[in-house]
Ligand binder design. Structure first.
Ligand SMILES: Cc1ncc(COP(=O)(O)O)c(C=O)c1O
Length: 283
């Protein structure tokens, strides 16, 4: 099956897709993105992803009406064309192609809209059973982490640190010693039976999976506190887990080499994972 790209109205094999070097996404990271996974061939939580894309676009004053554009129909067309059982769809919108000047183009240009369609390779089951190790690193990001910007330098540097340490993820720690989120995941801890995670706002991305897990926790009557928690309290927690579109709900068994709780995947993370799998129709 071919990996497919969509570029400004047309579909093509991924390797045939090119963008101008004067695209403001390339020059300035002046753009936003989304990653959508399919389950049973259907894009999961698409309305929530589109709502977040819309809000990221608005935050950057990037004039694209994704509904008038027909983005959903084009995404569905791409899924049908690529024909994978399960697909990861990457969507990116930039301010378009214009001579390189920092300010927005005086004469408006059409935004660049691209999508890629690749086969979804889910993480191995035993990772979910055993849990993963993470490291910590200062949160060096800007003050609008709620925008899903393609400017990801602090995130990739953090993830690279994790990779070099043989860890799955890097948790980002703000100047007050509080855990904000992972470099590409949301993060939760469980203390005295209550799930704690940073509140939405400018410090974190409003993760779609985070929202789904909190809703599932609510249904399972597991208490939730959307409050900042220090790294010390994360390390002393009974459980820690991550969430994200590609990560789903992933238990964490060590932070910086220190075991969490009993050093294995905990009951609340397992319950939430089971509920998530049921929610997406895999259980
Ligand atoms: C910083 C950050 N936090 C959280 C997430 C998880 O978000 P979602 O559940 O919408 O995939 C991501 C995903 O890319 C991310 O980059």
């Amino acid at each position: 099956m071919p990996e497919i790209a969509y570029v400004n109205g047309g579909f093509m094999p991924l390797e045939k897709a090119f963008i101008s070097i004067e695209d403001r996404g390339f020059q300035f990271a002046d753009g936003v993105y989304e990653v959508v996974a399919t389950y049973g061939g259907e894009p999961y939580a698409l309305a929530a992803h589109f709502a977040r894309l819309d809000s990221s676009l608005n935050a950057l004053d990037l004039a694209l009406d994704i509904h008038a554009y027909g983005l959903q129909a084009k995404l569905m067309e791409g899924l049908a064309l690529s024909g994978f059982g399960e697909t990861m769809v990457y969507i990116q919108v930039t301010r378009g192609v214009a001579p390189r000047r920092h300010e927005f183009p005086v004469k408006p240009v059409a935004p660049t809209v691209i999508m890629t369609f690749k086969e979804a390779h889910r993480l191995p089951q035993d990772m979910y059973q055993h849990g993963v190790e993470v490291i910590t690193t200062p949160d060096l990001r800007w003050k609008r982490c709620d925008i899903k910007s393609i400017s990801l330098l602090p995130n990739i540097l953090a993830k690279q640190q994790a990779a070099q340490a043989g860890a799955f993820e890097a948790l980002l720690i703000d100047a007050d010693g509080q855990v904000t989120e992972g470099s590409s995941t949301s993060v939760f801890c469980v203390r005295s039976g209550c799930i704690r995670t940073a509140p939405t706002g400018p410090h974190i991305l409003p993760s779609i999976t985070r929202g789904v897990l909190l809703e599932l926790a609510h249904r399972l009557e597991i208490p939730v506190a959307e409050e900042f928690t220090t790294l010390a309290d994360f390390k002393g927690a009974d459980e820690v887990f991550l969430a994200g579109t590609t990560t789903e709900a992933m238990p964490v068994i060590k932070i910086d080499g220190d075991p969490i709780g009993e050093g294995r995947s905990g009951p609340i993370a397992q319950r939430l994972r089971a509920a998530f799998m049921q929610e997406v129709g895999i259980a």
